[in-house]
Design a protein around this ligand. Structure first.
Ligand SMILES: C[S@@+](CC[C@H](N)C(=O)[O-])C[C@H]1O[C@@H](n2cnc3c(N)ncnc32)[C@H](O)[C@@H]1O
Length: 394
C-alpha cells in the first residue's frame, strides 16, 4: 500500500492516480492511498509530488504519540543496518515548526548510535523537506537514503518510506530547454501533459512501463508537441497533427531535441491537418489533446466577446468530435483539455458541448474520488482555464 502527496491541484492528481491504479482513495486533503501490487515510478505521474510505501498507520493525530512510535519502530528496524543511513523527515498536516520534527530524527539518530549505526540527519527548515531537497539528496532511491513521510489524516497518521520525489529539475529542463516554443499557442505545462496522457491511457499506462511502443497516442492539436513529448517519454508511439505547418515543424524539432537529451529513440508520426476534417491513420489507442483554446485574455472579456469566442471554440471542438468519433474503436478513451472562462466573481463559463457529450457518441468516464464533470486546471490569475473532459467512445 502506498501514499501519494498530491500536487497543487489535488483533484487532478488523484484523478490521474485513480485512472492508472483504480484502487485509490483520499487519505487527507493533500494525500491519497494507492492499493496496488504494481511497481510505481513517480517520474511517470505528473500529479504526485512524493510517493511512499506505507510502513505504519497510527490511530492518533497527536504528534507526541506519533513521534514515540516512529522512534521505537525505526530504532529497532535499523539497529543492524550496515553503512551510514541518510534520514529526512517530512510531516504534512501538522502545524509544528521544523525543529519539532527534527527532534524525532535526533532521537532515532542517538538510539542508533548506541547500536553503532550512524545516521546523517537532513535538517528541517520546515515541517516537510522541499521536493528539491529530497531530490537533491536522492532520498527514497536506495535502502540507506530514507525520507519518512508522516501524514496526518482525520483520525490516524500514516508513516511511509518515500520511493522518490518528482524530478522538478528534469521537468523544468523539458519545459524551458525545448528549442521551439510559442507563447501565442500557449505552453502546456509538462506535468499537466503527463497527467493528460495518463488520463487517456488509464491502466494501460502500466503496460507501456513494461513494453514501449505497444500503444499509439494521438494529439490532433499538437502545437509545439509538449503532450507528444510526455507521451513518448512514457513509452507510447506518438501521432501528432495540427492545422499549422509551422507547428508540425516545431513538434518535429522538439521531439528530436528530446530524443537527443534523453538518449532515446521515439516512434513518432507528424502530419499537417485540420482536426475538423482529417482522416487519421490507424491504429489510435488513445487520444490526449489540448484543443483550440481561443484567444488568451489577461482580464475577463466583455459578454459579447465571450459569446463570440465561446461560440467559435464550440464550433471547432464540436466539429472535431463529430469528425473523430466515427474513426475510433468503441471504448477508446479521450482526454481533452477545452477552454472554460473565469469571470470577475471567480465563476466559470463552460463550453456548451460539455453538456452534450452524449450527442457526439461519447460517455464521461466516472471516477470515485472526484466529480469527473468539473476537472479544471487553472492558475489563480488565469482567465482561460483548461477543463479536462475524460470520455470514451460509446
Ligand atoms: C492550445 S494549442 C495546443 C498547444 C500544444 N499543447 C503545445 O504543446 O504546444 C492549440 C493548437 O491547435 C491548433 N489548431 C487550431 N485549430 C485547429 C484545427 N481546426 N485543426 C487542427 N489544429 C488546430 C493550433 O495551430 C495550435 O497549435
Amino acid at each position: 500500500m502506498y501514499i501519494s502527496l498530491l500536487g497543487r491541484q489535488p483533484e487532478l492528481s488523484i484523478a490521474e492516480l485513480e485512472r492508472v491504479f483504480t484502487n485509490v482513495s483520499w487519505f487527507s486533503a493533500e494525500s491519497a492511498r494507492i492499493n496496488t501490487d504494481e511497481v510505481i515510478d513517480i517520474q511517470r505521474l505528473g500529479g504526485s509530488q512524493k510517493i511512499g510505501r506505507i510502513s505504519l498507520e497510527i490511530p492518533s493525530t497527536d504528534w507526541r504519540t506519533i513521534s514515540t512510535r516512529i522512534v521505537r519502530h525505526y530504532s529497532d528496524a535499523w539497529k543492524t543496518s550496515e553503512g551510514k543511513i541518510t534520514l529526512g523527515l517530512s510531516a504534512y498536516g501538522f502545524t509544528l515548526p521544523g525543529r519539532e520534527i527534527q527532534k524525532t530524527g535526533l532521537l532515532v539518530k542517538s538510539n542508533l548510535k548506541k547500536q553503532a549505526v550512524s545516521v546523517r540527519l537532513i535538517p528541517n527548515q520546515d515541517a516537510a523537506l522541499s521536493t528539491a531537497t529530497a531530490h537533491h539528496n536522492k532520498l527514497g532511491l536506495s535502502a540507506t537514503k530514507v525520507e519518512l513521510l508522516i501524514i496526518k489524516g482525520r483520525n490516524s497518521t500514516i508513516v511511509a518510506e518515500s520511493i522518490g520525489t518528482q524530478n522538478i529539475t528534469a521537468l523544468a529542463a523539458r519545459d524551458q530547454g525545448r528549442p521551439r516554443r510559442d507563447a501565442f499557442v500557449g505552453m502546456l505545462p509538462p506535468k499537466l501533459a503527463q497527467m493528460m496522457v495518463n488520463f487517456a491511457l488509464g491502466p494501460k499506462s502500466l503496460e507501456l512501463h513494461k513494453a514501449h511502443n505497444t500503444l499509439r497516442v494521438l494529439d490532433p492539436f499538437c502545437g509545439t508537441g509538449v503532450l507528444l513529448q510526455e507521451a513518448a517519454l512514457l513509452g507510447a508511439s506518438v501521432y501528432g497533427t495540427d492545422l499549422s505547418e509551422k507547428m508540425i515543424r516545431y513538434s518535429q524539432d522538439n521531439l528530436a531535441w528530446l530524443e537527443n537529451l534523453t538518449h532515446s529513440s521515439f516512434d513518432w508520426k507528424l502530419a499537417e491537418g485540420d482536426a475538423m476534417t482529417t482522416q487519421w491513420q490507424q491504429p489510435i489507442d488513445a487520444v490526449a489533446t489540448e484543443t483550440y483554446l481561443g484567444q488568451p485574455f489577461s482580464a475577463p472579456p466583455s459578454k459579447a466577446k465571450l459569446t463570440e469566442v465561446r461560440g467559435n471554440c464550440n464550433h471547432i471542438i464540436g466539429s472535431f468530435l463529430r469528425n473523430i468519433v466515427p474513426q475510433l474503436e468503441t471504448g477508446t478513451c479521450l482526454a481533452l483539455a477545452v477552454p472554460a472562462w473565469r469571470d470577475t466573481n471567480g465563476n466559470f463559463t463552460h463550453l456548451p458541448l460539455t453538456q452534450q457529450l452524449d450527442s457526439f457518441g461519447l460517455t464521461r468516464i466516472k471516477l470515485t474520488t472526484v466529480e469527473s464533470d468539473r476537472l479544471l486546471y487553472a492558475r489563480p490569475d488565469q482567465v482561460v482555464a483548461r477543463e479536462i473532459l475524460l470520455v470514451t467512445k460509446q
